[in-house]
Design a protein around this ligand. Structure first.
Ligand code: BEZ
Ligand code: FE
Length: 289
């Protein structure tokens, strides 16, 4: 222990992990791997002390700007592709279950509960395109699943989520819907537009250091939940949107791209999209893990 070297420091730190009741097997596994990878990273990139101090200051600055509206660490994780990786590790795509993707930092719990077919739009924008969004939620056998709650949220045509825009009403473009007896859901909304993720402060510094842009393709967020089924956190992307092939947070999956088509005369909206989901029953989900 007195003769710590570049080569033995990693094993020494890992061996120092105690065995009191406070260290769980999972904590030990995570810390062992974290120490090993952090040390290997420092050795490989030959991290210098001024760079270590810069990183400490950077993380302190990121922490200071976190509040109930801005979760900087989720954003940094998104920009580095960590949230999408962790999501795929948590919900590996299996069988026919719909693919999940990142939650992102803009979800708000307890959105307004709205009847099937209602609109999430509380404030209109000149350049908005209204859309009738509908589809079925099915199980792995193709049966419609009744009573699934769908939380939906999206940005406005100015590229801002309502909780980041003082000029939008509370919970604008957010709602909670429930599938009917056949597993069908429907709501009215507006076509989601591409937007830049927050690119000031530490998130912006990281994007610039990576030479990356902040833009995301237009998408509608969904959380589907029902007891007995694995909760599905996902997004539906507009097939005509810019940035589908170069998303700043790497969250696009081909199976989540849907088509916004001109609405038929039977609808009162500009556009119409049909998008079905498959949820996995919890017992089946657990057996496969
Ligand atoms: C979003 O889709 O809302 C989002 C995801 C990751 C980072 C920022 C925003
Ligand atoms: Fe989003």
């Amino acid at each position: 222990m007195r003769n710590v070297t570049i080569d033995n420091v990693t094993d020494i730190v890992i061996k120092s992990l105690g065995d009191s009741g406070e260290i769980t097997p999972r904590n030990r596994e995570i810390l062992t791997s974290l120490i090993r990878h952090l040390h290997d990273f420092c050795r490989e990139a030959k991290i210098q002390h001024d760079e270590f101090l810069f990183a400490c200051d950077y993380l302190a600055r990121a922490g200071k700007i976190c509040d109930d509206k801005r979760q900087e660490f989720i954003l940094l994780g998104d920009i580095l592709g960590v949230e999408v990786l962790v999501d795929m590790l948590t919900h590996p795509a299996e069988g026919t279950e719909s693919e999940s993707t990142v939650l992102g930092p803009f979800y708000r719990e307890n959105p307004p509960v709205l009847p099937k077919g209602a609109s999430t739009v509380q404030k209109h924008f000149d350049d908005e395109e209204s859309v009738y969004f509908e589809g079925y939620v099915r199980d792995a056998d193709g049966n419609g699943v009744a009573g699934v709650t769908l939380d939906v949220w999206e940005d406005a045509p100015n590229g801002l989520y309502e909780n980041h825009d003082p000029n939008q009403p509370d919970f604008n473009l957010r709602g909670r819907f429930v599938t009917d007896e056949a597993g069908h859901y429907a709501f009215r909304a507006i076509r989601p537009v591409p937007y830049p993720i927050p690119d000031n402060e530490t998130a912006g510094e990281l994007l610039r250091a990576m030479g990356h842009h902040p833009n995301r393709p237009g998408h509608m967020h969904f959380i589907l939940a029902k007891d007995g089924y694995r909760t599905l956190v996902s997004q539906v992307y507009d097939s005509d949107s810019a940035w589908l092939d170069n998303d700043s947070v790497f969250a696009v999956k081909e199976s989540l791209v849907g088509q916004f088509k001109p609405a038929g005369d039977d609808l009162d909206t500009d556009l119409h999209i049909q998008f079905d989901f498959v949820m996995k029953a919890e017992a089946a989900a657990m057996a496969a893990e």
